[in-house]
Ligand binder design. Structure first.
Ligand code: PH4
Ligand code: ZN
Length: 286
């Protein structure tokens, strides 16, 4: 069942759990995520980055995900992850995405508000949900000075203004996570999350959640995170699965026997994440 991002996230916000948003680039990743969500009876967000669209093609991804969603026994949203241009966002809306992210986080506040507002206007007119981002993700390492760290993380004051001025459906915040593999253990600023959730009272999104210890994720969900982006941990499962076959059966040359086991490895990881996020058995039917 294909639904909007808002339908999925408003419930999660109200009931206090987080929905997994998994990046997909090909059929096997998509099938792994959908199968995991069905086995956990959980709503799920399938997301595609601009890089994924460049790799697979917008028509292919649209057809694949919309077919998978229409056949799925659980609610599925198709979301654009880190949309940076008006053109990409409009093409996704035109091709059936039910949720888009406008990432204006590299802009100063006023400009971020302006670009986000513009997207909210067109997306909402088409019945599509909007996620935006405030604050800078990534590389919050120990050797960065305290005020520099503070400047990268989302300011609760700015978040309040941003949410009010833009009318976004969900907001991605920076509280100490980073994209990709971590060098050390990430330290999340939970006090900041609590303050932002209290002031905004809306669905809050965590990017860069792969590699964050389970206890920290659980706490972030308890404190108000409702959408959790996972890409790297699924990529690692895929490569592990492929490597296992290549190393143990070097004579194998059938792609189905190489990608099939990788699909199983990815499914296991996605199921674990869904359980960790408190999203199992949260699916509904219309
Ligand atoms: N993302 C994933 C971004 C993927 O261009 P690209 O396809 O490489 O972009 O938005 C996340 O927040 C995932 O974080 P993770 O790396 O911790 O899984
Ligand atoms: Zn991200």
């Amino acid at each position: 069942m294909l639904v909007t991002g808002k339908e999925i996230l408003d419930r999660a916000h109200k009931e206090g759990y987080a929905v997994g948003a998994f990046n997909i680039n090909n059929m096997e990743i998509l099938q792994a995520v959908i199968a995991a969500a069905e086995e956990e009876n959980a709503p799920v967000i399938i997301q595609t980055s601009e890089g994924a669209i460049k790799y697979a093609g917008i028509k292919y991804l649209s057809a694949l995900v919309r077919l998978a969603a229409s056949e799925a026994k659980v609610p599925v949203a198709l979301h654009l992850d880190h949309g940076t241009t008006y053109e990409t966002i409009i093409s996704c809306i035109a091709n059936g995405w039910t949720s888009v992210m406008i990432d204006g986080s590299h802009h100063p506040l006023e400009e971020n508000i302006a670009v986000t507002r513009e997207i909210v206007k067109v997306a909402h007119a088409a019945g599509v949900s909007v996620e935006a981002e405030l604050g800078r993700l990534g590389g919050v390492e120990d050797n960065i000075a305290v005020d520099e760290k503070d400047a990268m993380l989302t300011s609760p004051d700015e978040a309040e203004i941003f949410a009010r001025e833009t009318g976004v459906d969900s907001l991605a915040i920076a509280i100490g996570t980073a994209h990709g593999k971590y060098k050390g253990e990430p330290k999340l600023d939970f006090d900041r999350l609590v303050e932002i959730k209290k002031r905004l009272n809306m669905p809050i999104v965590l990017h860069g959640a792969s590699g964050v210890p389970d206890e920290a994720i659980k706490k972030a969900v308890e404190l108000g995170i409702n959408k959790i982006n996972i890409d790297t941990d699924v990529r690692l499962a895929f490569t592990e699965g492929v490597k296992n076959v290549i190393i143990n059966k070097p004579e194998e040359y059938d792609p189905r026997k190489i990608c099939g086991p990788a699909r199983e490895e990815m499914k296991k990881v996605v199921k674990e994440k869904i359980r960790l996020f408190g999203c199992s058995n949260k699916a509904w039917t219309k």
